[in-house]
Design a protein around this ligand. Structure first.
Ligand code: SF4
Length: 488
């Protein structure tokens, strides 16, 4: 089977079918942002300070509160060992005392944020990411969750989404039950690939039985949704190994699957220098793998959500998409539209009112600011009207694959055709490629265009091509690296 021969249409009846056109994907794949925010994090400026963040929170209070229940992100940066493909902001150490120090500062930051948001501290969504959140001991996690509950008002379990990224290598069955008892109701498991040779090549040895046992424990403990992360394009991966991994994944039946394209950027991410170029699959083989995964997942009944995400049709994410409630934030797709996001921990990014702000990226700088009694905001951006407008356009395209032109004209005093004349002219080329359709009322992404939705959104990104304020890689905390990953 070659990639030229592949053209796949997902199962009829799926809420969001998808057409894989290898020739178009190969021709149009380029580097571009993942749009977990707009403007992207590489546009944040050091001119944005703690004071600007306070103003943003005060602005919410003046408007009568947050946009709804808050979303809270907690960053735990530590890992036991390094995975060679990793582009996250993490600290690899076996010295557990570092986590204890970090936790004391993290609690201080949570307390300060809790005070700032007092009177509007209802929480509908919580996400623990890293690094490896389960690097923390059971007892440390217990204390941290109790501290969070002291400062934020959690929605009841059946309403709130409380998720945690789990490294299956770090937890026992008992620990999984403990996490559920501590309040988490969703898990996402890092798997990447089940093949032992691939695992060896990326320094992440994770026996299949161990992963399956953690999934079973999560089901037994009553977690509402189990998600697994996979990566295609890793060293030693072939179409055959990918086929076998996919069969095992489908048999394990997770509710959600994230399938990421490995971005090999060794000049930005040091661990990636341990990966041999010769072990990486060629670009054409990667496309074959992607096609295979899409075909197998859709045949197994998974719905394509967007970007790199698939979900079972009855999963909340798929339901939210059908109902037009899907949203995109630094953790990817979310069912809680337009929530203000408070992010705590080193390098974490908040989205409050019309601002984005990012914490200090090194532990030293993060601790120093907290020692001074101020929140550790390092940089950010206040969105202007044009940013807000483009953010809505990009959000709609990423989450719903369509944009109602009338709804934009109702919300903003402009004629879409005039304001976006240059963008519409650019979109005509993508229309000829069959990726979008444009009429007076709708801009729609076609089945063929869905995999290339980032290319379509890039047309509306005013900042692409402008010089950046700061150029550095910070993947894993939502920030965009100097050179973006491939759109496919
Ligand atoms: S992939 Fe995850 S577990 Fe591995 S080094 Fe990166 S953050 Fe740590």
């Amino acid at each position: 089977m070659t990639h030229e021969a592949l053209s796949i249409i997902a199962a009829e009846g799926a809420a969001q079918p998808l057409r894989f056109d290898a020739a178009t994907v190969r021709r149009l794949s380029t580097s571009g942002p993942r749009y977990t925010s707009y403007p992207t994090a590489d546009r944040f400026s050091a001119d944005f300070s703690y004071g600007n963040y306070l103003e943003a929170v005060a602005g919410l209070k003046m408007r009568g509160g947050a946009r709804g229940p808050l979303s809270l992100y907690v960053h735990v940066p530590f890992c036991d060992t390094v995975c060679y493909y990793c582009g996250c902001n993490k600290i690899v150490t076996r010295d557990r005392s570092k986590a204890a120090t970090y936790l004391s500062y993290l609690k201080q930051e949570i307390g300060m944020q809790g005070t700032l948001f007092s009177g509007m501290s209802q929480l509908g969504q919580l996400h623990f990411g890293g690094g490896t959140p389960t690097y923390l001991s059971d007892r440390q996690m217990e204390e941290l969750m109790a501290h969070l509950r002291k400062h934020f008002e959690f929605a009841p379990d059946e309403e709130g989404e409380y998720s945690i990224e789990i490294d299956p290598r770090t937890v026992s069955r008992e620990r999984v039950h403990s996490l559920r008892a501590q309040g988490f109701n969703r898990v996402s498991l890092g798997v990447q690939d089940f093949d032992p040779d691939v695992q060896k090549a990326v320094n992440r040895i994770q026996p299949e039985a161990e992963t399956l046992a953690v999934m079973q424990a999560a089901r037994d403990a009553g977690f509402r949704s189990i998600s697994i992360d996979l990566i295609y394009g890793l060293p030693k991966q072939t179409l055959d190994t990918m086929r076998q991994t996919m069969a095992k994944v489908i048999a394990a039946s997770p509710d959600r699957i994230a399938l990421y394209n490995y971005a090999h950027l060794p000049h930005l991410f040091k661990p990636q220098r341990r990966i041999l170029d010769a072990d990486l699959p060629p670009a054409d083989a990667k496309l074959d793998m992607l096609a295979l995964c899409i075909r197998e997942l859709t045949a197994a009944g998974y719905v394509y959500i967007g970007m790199d995400h698939f979900a079972k049709p009855d999963d909340d994410l798929a339901v939210a998409q059908r109902q037009g409630r899907l949203h995109r934030n630094f953790q990817g797709y979310s069912t809680h539209a337009e929530a203000d996001l408070v992010a705590v921990g080193v390098s974490a990014i908040s989205s409050v009112g019309n601002t984005y702000s990012q914490n200090e990226k090194t532990l030293e700088a993060y601790y120093e600011k907290l020692d001074q009694g101020v929140l550790p905001v390092a940089r950010g951006i206040k969105l202007n009207t044009d940013d807000l407008l483009r953010r809505i356009v990009i959000q709609k395209l990423m989450c719903s694959f369509e944009l109602s032109i009338a709804s934009i004209e109702m919300a903003y005093p402009l004629r879409f055709k005039d304001y976006f004349a240059a963008e519409l002219a650019q979109l005509r080329a993508l229309e000829q490629d069959g990726l979008v359709t444009i009429d007076d009322e709708w801009l729609s992404v076609t089945l063929k265009g869905r995999l290339l939705v980032r290319n379509i959104c890039m047309v509306f990104d005013r900042y692409l091509g402008l010089p950046r304020a700061q150029e550095e890689g910070t993947a894993g905390t939502g920030a965009q690296p100097l050179r973006y990953s491939k759109t496919i």
